[in-house]
Design a protein around this ligand. Structure first.
Ligand code: FBP
Length: 552
């Protein structure tokens, strides 16, 4: 074994908490079905696409009998998409459930994401293997990847792997796109009489895979607390030197949940919320004006410093940028060969001038060249623009600087503006999971095994009532089709799990909105400090402010 840190050693010994119902003997836990479900929209189309798996009832585990639970099984697991703290615990919970039910059962781990299933590239877990990863961050236990199973050959290769290993089930640990893939795979297996069941687990630091029965995705808690510690530290530095404005972009893709949670934890001067920008149709100029006003005001009162939090996906919500990205996505995918053959940025720009609408091209042309290049970077396999590669924080800092220069020339601003840009993303995705994520993930994995042992397929593992102590958590499953609708992807309408964006009438946003005028001009920073793993409950075991406000 390689050398490990003192914290890692201590975390190996941490025993994650389980909901009370999952602590029963496994043959005394029974599945109970509720009402049949409907998808969130486009029911008729989805019923056709998911002819075998659509509309199943949601499920809850209760005390009862399950005579099948100790049947010997072979199960495969995949980590899919971006890393999120707690993935290793989903696997260790799944492993412990499987082995508790029957020590002869086997858990296989497909390497490098869904491509591991397609290539049947796997490891076989044993106690020593799992023990090295308990309660640790990262996905390095088997690696992750973003391959999408979509071609007939890839579906056939998945069937071949399932048959070769005689798999009773595959567990896909992923976000909205990966769980959409899980739903399609479950349907494909059913339609082709393959007995392998498919169960999803809700992963993503972005926090956008949620509904009433999936209260949060795992990893959100740890990632937000990691970023908030760093933002708090920057606030203290800014308030000490009083000479810099910090523009901090945080990950989260389209949703602003991470930005909002970090704002609630640190009370930075400004936090932009993409969903609000879209609802109010705020242009880049208007957003710039909002920040500039705070800079001018603070220069007269508190000083020439401040902190702005920017959600990663903001550009996609600024109306003129959104229209540009939509046109770029379509043109770049429909004429991919033509576009990819263009030699350099100048050639691409010329091509865009004749392929984009005049308005979209004007927006493109107004961007600083370094940022315009980022708009043209490769899309991910699901057709999404890679927002983590667009320097929105720099775009805003430059726009504010330009606006302040105009105000200075007009004699309306007398301060000094010096900015620093940061991007917090990868820093938080592989942190040691908080106690909350360690417990939640272990429970999700253990629960996924019970869903398999109850014979269901196309379900997402669900642990809820999460603001209560773990003992009172409720365990069950929800059909994946329930979260789906039809959306345009790569120029075609496709079934996808609908992303849960920040609700502007929800309590987390309203709490920010109530305070933001004060936080913008006064210095009200709060410093959450580093994640604590050992100590009093109120310091170590608290869920996010978002979750608490949403469940109030
Ligand atoms: P998932 O949706 O797969 O969980 O990924 C989340 C995320 O961390 C986003 O916040 C970010 O935009 C993206 O991954 C970055 O992707 P990559 O890891 O491929 O750079």
């Amino acid at each position: 074994m390689t050398e490990v840190s003192a914290l890692q050693k201590a975390r190996y010994a941490y025993q994650p908490k389980l909901p009370a119902v999952l602590k029963n003997d496994l043959d005394k836990i029974a599945i109970k079905f509720g009402k049949a479900t409907e998808s969130v929209a486009d029911q008729a189309e989805l019923k056709k696409i998911f002819a075998n798996t659509y509309g199943k009832p949601f499920a809850t585990f209760e005390k009862g009998d399950n005579a099948e639970v100790s049947k010997k099984m072979n199960i495969g697991v995949i980590l899919s998409g971006g890393q999120a703290p707690g993935g290793h615990n989903v696997i260790s919970g799944l492993y412990d459930g499987i082995k508790k039910a029957n020590p002869e059962s086997t858990l296989y781990g497909f390497k490098g994401g869904p491509s591991g299933l397609i290539d049947c590239d796997y490891v076989t877990f044993d106690d020593a293997f799992i023990d090295e990863y308990r309660n640790t961050g990262g996905f390095d236990i088997i690696g992750s990847g973003r391959t999408k199973i979509e071609t007939p050959e890839q579906y056939q290769a998945s069937v071949d792997a399932a048959k070769k290993l005689n798999l009773d089930a595959i567990v896909i640990i992923g976000g909205d796109d990966s769980n959409t893939n899980a739903a399609l795979l479950a349907e494909y297996f059913k339609a082709n009489d393959v007995a392998t069941r498919v169960i999803g687990c809700p992963k993503t630091i972005d926090g956008d895979l949620k509904n009433d029965l999936i209260e949060t995705s795992f990893g959100f808690d740890t990632a937000c607390k990691t970023y908030s510690e760093l933002i708090g530290n920057i606030e203290r530095d800014a308030n000490s030197a009083k000479k810099y404005w910090h523009f901090i972009k945080v990950m989260g893709r389209s949703a602003s949940h991470i930005a909002l949670e970090c704002e609630l934890q640190t009370q930075a001067n400004i936090c932009l919320i993409s969903e609000e920008v879209e609802a109010k149709k705020m242009t880049l100029r208007q957003i710039t004006e909002t920040i500039t006003k705070a800079v001018v005001k603070r220069s007269e009162t508190e000083g020439n410093f401040g902190v702005v939090i920017i959600p990663e996906g903001l550009v996609e919500f600024i109306p003129e940028m959104k229209a540009l990205i939509a046109e770029l996505n379509d043109k770049m995918s429909l004429k991919a060969d033509e576009f990819n053959a263009l030699a350099d940025f100048a050639a691409k720009k010329e091509w865009l001038q004749s392929n984009l609408s005049a308005t979209a091209f004007e927006t493109f042309n107004s961007l600083p060249e370094a940022i315009a290049i980022q708009f043209l970077a490769d899309r991910d396999p699901h057709g999404n623009v890679q927002v983590s590669r667009i320097d929105t924080e720099k775009l805003l800092a430059l726009s504010v600087e330009d606006r302040l220069a105009e105000l200075k020339a007009a004699g309306k601003y007398n301060g000094k503006f010096s900015s620093y840009c940061h991007f917090f993303g990868y820093e938080g995705r592989c942190a040691f999971p908080t106690n909350f994520d360690a417990d939640y993930c272990y429970s999700l994995g253990f629960n996924a095994f019970l869903l398999i042992a109850s014979g269901v397929t196309g379900y997402l593992s669900s642990i809820r009532n999460l603001t209560e102590p773990a003992d009172k958590w409720v365990a069950g499953g929800i059909p994946l089709t329930m979260m789906m609708n039809m959306e345009q992807r790569n120029g075609e309408m496709k079934p996808v799990i609908r992303k849960a964006l920040v609700e502007l009438d929800g309590k987390p946003f309203k709490t920010y909105a109530k305070n933001r005028d004060k936080w913008a001009v006064e210095t009200c920073y709060t410093f959450p400090g580093a994640i604590q793993y050992y100590g009093p409950e109120e310091v170590c075991d608290q869920p996010t402010k978002t979750l608490k406000l949403e469940r109030q």
